[in-house]
Ligand binder design. Structure first.
Ligand code: 7TS
Length: 414
């Protein structure tokens, strides 16, 4: 049973106050809070078996290595990947995209090849490709979006036929909440001989993701957006693909042998994990995966959708409030809602909400091309997770009315 009251008790931070008001945390697309199980796991690791991995002959190193590698297995199971050899640990989703762009792109792309992206991408799924295009002479092309905030697929076939070697798209937008039809696009991409990378930074924490069912060649996400610690990300890529890629970073761990002027590489996935990784963080991700698996990702998604439906219907009652993206939560729209209040800067809205104890995001959300497409410089954004409640949405609604009243008073005075 999905019992939000019980879930909330697992999150110590949720009992704190902000400006003397109970915290309402609605900035989960930026990062999520951590349950006691994750916090305890980190303390347990550092107090009982902290050691460097893969290299020690001593007990602590052996225990740390086992715990770290067990999380690779768990991550593979969580994504329904065929093998743990497909899982590379990175610092975050951003580093995972950069790793792929560098390690795959510099080997497989030549001048004139095309990389297909979209207008709704986070900068993390834009700038690495811009850098790669500059280095290789590859071209970038973009799927545009409809006024409803969905990918416009009417030119997909033409764009794929125009020399596209890689498609890299977000599975769920961090601004519009749109869940993109990656499986359908993967099928078309593969027909044209192109690969597809899915940016799962927003999707993996919120819905069941099965990389084999999606048929994506690569996928990235960050632990911190799904109850885990900061400083850990994941690149999933098929074994064949990883085998065909050059290393990203050089150093310890990623080698098989080193001469003074040359080196050979370790097996995948270790070939891509140079230097001491975030061992504690990866073990913390394991605890987060355990916690989410116990809840069930179907239930996590269902809870998101229930709150999003409720919030969308309540927000659409507010005079002068513009909502971006689809108005209907469902399989194609998850728990992220961007909005603007007429005439008010989102930062001002965010500041007044903060005074009410409510944490939202305001800004361009690292999606400046999307902001331009929407015709705005910035938006407010609320995003939900497992511990949020309808009562919190009600608190948000009251606070938005307070915000409007506050600024109306200000403008009467001026
Ligand atoms: N891709 C998407 C779709 C994201 O939403 C984010 C982070 C990233 C990639 C990068 O993740 P990172 O962990 O490497 O930083 N999105 C946000 C956000 O919307 N607000 O803060 C971070």
């Amino acid at each position: 049973m999905f019992d939000v009251r019980r879930i909330r008790e697992d999150f110590p931070i949720l009992s704190r106050k902000v400006h003397d008001k109970p915290l309402v945390y609605l900035d989960n697309a930026a990062t999520t809070q951590k349950p006691r199980h994750v916090l305890d796991t980190l303390i347990d690791y550092y107090s009982r078996f902290n050691a460097n991995i893969h290299r020690g002959v001593h007990t602590l190193s052996d225990e740390a290595t086992c715990a770290y590698e067990a999380v690779r297995e768990m991550t593979a199971r969580f994504l329904r990947a065929s093998s743990s050899r497909t899982i590379v640990f990175t610092r975050n989703a951003t580093e995972a995209v950069n790793l792929f762009a560098h390690a795959w792109g510099r080997v497989h792309l030549v001048a004139g090849d095309q990389i297909l992206l979209s207008e709704m991408e986070h900068h993390s799924n834009l700038v690495p490709w811009q850098l790669l295009a500059k280095a290789t002479g590859a071209r970038l092309a973009f799927l545009s979006i409809t006024d409803e905030g969905r990918l416009d697929l009417s030119h997909l076939e033409r764009l794929l036929a125009d020399g596209t070697k890689l498609v890299s798209l977000t599975l769920m937008s961090n601004v519009l909440g749109t869940i993109n039809p990656i499986r359908q696009i993967a099928e078309a991409a593969h027909r044209h001989g192109a690969l597809i990378l899915a940016d799962g930074a927003q999707a993996v924490p919120h819905l069941p993701v099965d990389v084999q069912q999606l048929d994506c060649d690569a996928l990235v996400f960050s632990a911190h957006k799904m109850l885990g610690p900061t400083g850990v990300g994941v690149l999933y890529a098929s074994e064949k693909l990883l085998e065909s890629m050059e290393p990203f970073l050089g150093g310890g761990e990623m080698i098989s042998d080193v001469q003074l002027t040359s080196a050979t590489w370790n097996e995948i996935p270790w070939k891509f994990e140079a230097g001491t990784p975030n061992i504690g963080g990866v073990i913390g991700l394991g605890a987060a995966l355990e916690y989410l698996t116990r809840l069930g990702m179907d239930q996590v998604f269902a809870h998101d959708l229930e709150l999003t439906s409720y919030a969308l219907s309540r927000l659409s009652e507010v005079d002068g409030l513009t909502l971006y993206g689809s108005r209907e939560a469902g399989m194609t729209r998850g728990g992220v809602i961007a909005f603007n209040l007429d005439g008010l800067h989102p930062h001002d809205v965010g500041t007044v909400l903060d005074a009410e104890g409510i944490a939202i995001r305001a800004g361009h959300h690292c999606a400046k091309p999307l902001m331009r497409r929407l015709g705005v410089a910035a938006t407010g954004r609320v995003s939900f997770y497992i511990y949020n409640t309808k009562e919190e949405v009600d608190r948000l609604m009251e606070a938005l009315q307070t915000t409007k009243a506050f600024f109306n008073r200000q403008s009467v005075r001026m």
